[in-house]
Design a protein around this ligand. Structure first.
Ligand code: PLP
Length: 441
């Protein structure tokens, strides 16, 4: 039941990101409008959005508060520079973000995406170490299966092989912790998995190998999203925090996916009680309506930059669109919705229902693991004999044809509905998903 291209849109010229271009263009899936929990496809079908777009529309689609704020702002002032100039909105937004951020992370640097946030965070970490006289700390530690976007910094600390292997040498001086996916011990765990805290101790091994005096920062997603919803074992993040603090290594949380209520609370740092030195976010910051990212930084890091002559630029970094007025307007309206509708709490309130619903799929063909927390889930399938990723793609395709948008990562299907989701929509999602899984075979 593939769709045709729109009469006004040729398939030829758009080089689609992270897409099998030829396959897609032969059997396209086009979306035309969106409202609440649903997309309308170009053939008129309603498609239940099981992924909040791409993990970003946490308040649901078509929020008038956001589109009105955006159109008002673009008419009032479309752009203003923030290099040696300013306008009120990023100051206002930074204050709002500091108010919901983990304790002590009160300084905010604006970017336009998750990738830029990751690279900005790494640069802040390196420049901070130099600013405090620890200039030999240039190594960065990421983790296997991590995704920190597609810039050279984020790609280098990232750990998804396909995202790296075509691009030659990565940033020098990067090492990786082992990932925490462990089906043998943790398959079908409810909540955070019990086994695997010792994988954080691998950091001690890297410290011995490289010397703490050479390591600037460790970056992890508190929960890996893109690699297929990989949860932190109980105690793992705490252990990373202890080891980094002991050795003067900064801890960076990439919360591009986990931020803004996805796992309950504003950030995973708060849900799991571990405060990093730097936290990156994007996506849900503006409900996906306008591109924007942010890096939240601990006060003591910012203070270390503010020591030289006052006329000197303290951090030679920034983007033309850092603190863009229209993006700020979208973000302010979004944050107001989250607060007024208490949406972060909804992920916690719905968590048990969501978990039970997901576990009802446990006995379907080829399901080898189900992982859930907050309003996220990963369902992993046994790989098809024809290759890794085939079954995941088939489930994704079948679901779309039945009217449900899910996200495939290899043979794992990820779900991350908007936080406005109702129980009836969760039930509908599970029915469509079960059908899609059976059909995919
Ligand atoms: N970091 C994480 C954890 C992500 O999940 C993503 C995107 O999915 C990124 C960074 C990159 O964000 P963007 O695609 O906005 O550059």
């Amino acid at each position: 039941m593939s769709q045709d291209f729109h009469p006004n849109a040729s398939p030829d010229h758009f080089w689609m990101p992270f897409t099998a271009n030829r396959q897609f263009k032969a059997t396209p899936r086009l979306l035309e409008s969106a409202e609440g929990m649903y997309y309308t496809a170009s053939d008129g079908r309603q498609v239940l959005d099981g992924t909040a777009g791409l993990w970003c529309c946490n308040a649901g689609h078509g929020r008038r508060e956001i589109s009105e704020a955006v159109s008002k702002q673009i008419a009032r002032m479309d752009f203003a520079p923030t290099f040696q100039m300013g306008h009120p909105l990023p100051f206002e937004l930074a204050e709002k973000l500091a108010a919901i951020s983990p304790e002590g992370l009160n300084r905010v640097f604006f970017t336009n995406s998750g990738s830029e946030s990751a690279d900005t965070a790494l640069k802040i970490a390196l420049a901070y170490q130099r600013a405090i006289g620890q200039g030999s700390r240039t190594r960065l530690i990421g983790r296997e299966l991590a995704y920190h976007g597609v810039g050279f910094g984020g790609m280098s600390v990232g750990g998804m092989a396909n995202n790296r292997r075509a691009f030659g040498p990565m940033l020098p001086g990067v090492d990786h912790l082992p990932h925490t996916l462990d089906l043998q011990r943790n398959a079908f765990s409810k909540g955070l998995p019990q086994h695997g805290v010792e994988r954080a101790d691998e950091l001690e091994r890297l410290v011995v190998l490289h010397g703490a005096e050479n390591i600037a920062a460790v970056i992890v997603e508190p929960m890996s999203g893109s690699a297929g919803v990989i949860l932190p074992p109980v105690g793992y993040l705490q252990r990373l925090r202890e080891i980094t603090a002991k050795h003067g290594i900064l801890l960076i949380f990439d919360e591009v996916i986990t931020g803004f209520g996805r796992v309950g609370e504003a950030f995973a740092a708060q849900r799991w009680g571990v405060t990093p030195d730097i936290l990156t976010c994007a996506k849900g910051l503006t409900n996906g309506a306008i591109p924007m990212g942010a890096v939240l930084v601990a006060d003591h890091l910012f203070d270390a930059f503010m020591k030289g002559p006052e006329s000197v630029i303290e951090f030679f970094h920034g983007y033309t669109y850092s603190g863009h007025p229209v993006a700020c307007a979208a973000a302010l309206a979004t944050q107001q919705i989250y607060q007024q509708e208490n949406l972060f709490q909804k992920a916690i309130d719905l968590e048990p229902y969501w978990q039970e619903a997901l576990f009802s799929l446990r006995d379907l063909p080829n399901v080898i693991d189900i992982r859930t927390v907050g309003l996220v889930a990963g369902i992993q399938f046994a790989a098809h004999a024809d290759g890794v990723g085939k079954r995941g793609y088939e489930v994704f395709r079948e679901c779309f044809e039945k009217g449900l948008l899910v996200r495939a990562s290899g043979d794992t299907i990820a779900l991350s509905p908007a936080l406005i989701v109702e129980k009836a929509e969760i039930d509908q999602m599970m029915e469509l998903l079960a059908d899609g899984i059976r059909q995919a075979g």
